[in-house]
Design a protein around this ligand. Structure first.
Ligand code: HEM
Length: 324
């Protein structure tokens, strides 16, 4: 029988009487910890984070249930709430009953449409070519750090498609200072538990968090101010959409502060997820040669064997095996 969100009571791993399950999850391998608990307690279980209940679900059926917007809504708390120092009331960390969430949602929805993808495609290809060129020039005994190159790929793509900014990650050994600041911020906000004495123990990290947030917010503010000064990008990137878009319901525009939070949001939401997905996809393709063979065959069939021809949006839409 399929488990459902309505199942009661939801199993709960034993915890400490004072701090609940705060230490049940390993801060350094959170996803793996949660997966191990799912194996033990099932596709739905509950954790007590110092009095705050958190329900963890896993599996496609459960994921489909929580995507039902009539019954479920997102809640911004814990690590997500701490991320507000850089993502403010942007879409990811904003509450859905906040008027700014609905406004940004209405204004930004068209910029994630198929049609909008067409205007980002040349920039996506530009960055993808940088990756291909790098890998082509490597010797057979060189080691490729795939997750790092996937971060370079997705970050640079969202930088250019989002707001015409080049992180130029393929032209540097280390990451751009923005990314170092972003990673420190994500690390600190995700690993903080809200346990007594934590702020004292992590004073240095919390100070760094404030410093990093200032740096990131300033950099993005400068990009917005420059775009306002110079006019449009000449294309239709996300920043253009945000500067020119009006909410059809209220007629209002986004404030510069909110646009800053959306840009930081897209940088976070747009590069970590996609690079993780691509790294895993490559790992599994290499370990499942039959699947890889089928993927190659589809690419050859739909895109053709001319490696110099850039893929067109209509061709990408015809790929079915690869997206699956
Ligand atoms: C494999 C890629 C991705 C995965 C797995 C993923 C996953 C998710 C998930 C699970 C949520 C829901 C979070 C919640 O409700 O609490 C979410 C929300 C969001 N994602 Fe992604 N995402 C991906 C790519 C992207 C990209 C490329 C962007 C932007 C360029 C993006 C921007 C957002 C935004 C803005 C939200 C908040 C939506 C809202 O509440 O209005 N994501 N994503």
């Amino acid at each position: 029988m399929a488990t459902s969100l309505a199942l009661e009571p939801i199993p709960r791993p034993p915890g400490n009487p004072l701090i609940g399950n705060v230490l049940t999850v390993d801060a350094n391998r959170q996803i793996q910890s949660l997966m191990e608990l799912a194996e033990e307690y099932g596709t739905i279980y509950q954790l007590d984070m110092m009095g705050t209940p958190i329900v963890i679900v896993s599996g496609a059926d459960m994921a489909a249930e929580i995507c039902d917007e009539k019954r479920c809504d997102k809640t911004v708390r814990g690590p997500l709430k701490r991320l507000r120092s850089i993502a403010g009331d942007g879409l990811f960390t904003g509450d859905t009953d906040d008027p700014n969430w609905a406004k940004a949602h209405n204004i930004l929805l068209p910029s994630f449409s198929q049609k909008a993808m067409g205007s980002y495609l040349p920039s996506m290809i530009d960055i993808a070519n940088q990756l291909v060129l790098k890998w082509e020039r490597m010797n057979s005994d060189d080691v490729i750090d795939v997750p790092k190159d996937m971060i370079r790929l997705t970050l640079d793509t969202i930088g250019v498609c989002g707001f015409g900014y080049r992180f130029n990650s393929f032209y540097r050994e280390d990451f751009h200072p923005f990314i170092e600041a972003l990673n420190r911020t994500l690390d600190t906000t995700q690993k903080m538990r809200g346990i007594p004495g934590e702020k004292l123990m992590k004073r240095q990290q919390i100070e760094n968090l404030a410093k990093d947030a200032r740096y990131m917010n300033n950099l993005v503010d400068e990009i917005i101010a420059e775009r306002r000064h110079t006019g449009g990008s000449g294309g239709d990137d996300l920043l253009d959409f945000m500067l020119s878009g009006r909410d059809a319901v209220t007629g209002e525009r986004l404030s510069d502060e909110n646009i800053r939070y959306q840009i930081n949001t897209f940088l976070i939401a747009g590069h970590e997820t996609t690079s993780g997905l691509l790294s895993f996809a490559i790992y599994f393709l290499l370990n499942n040669r039959d699947v890889l063979k089928r993927a190659y065959a589809e690419v050859d069939e739909v895109l053709g064997r001319n490696i110099d021809a850039a893929p067109m949006l209509s061709q990408i839409g015809r790929l079915s095996y690869l997206p699956a």
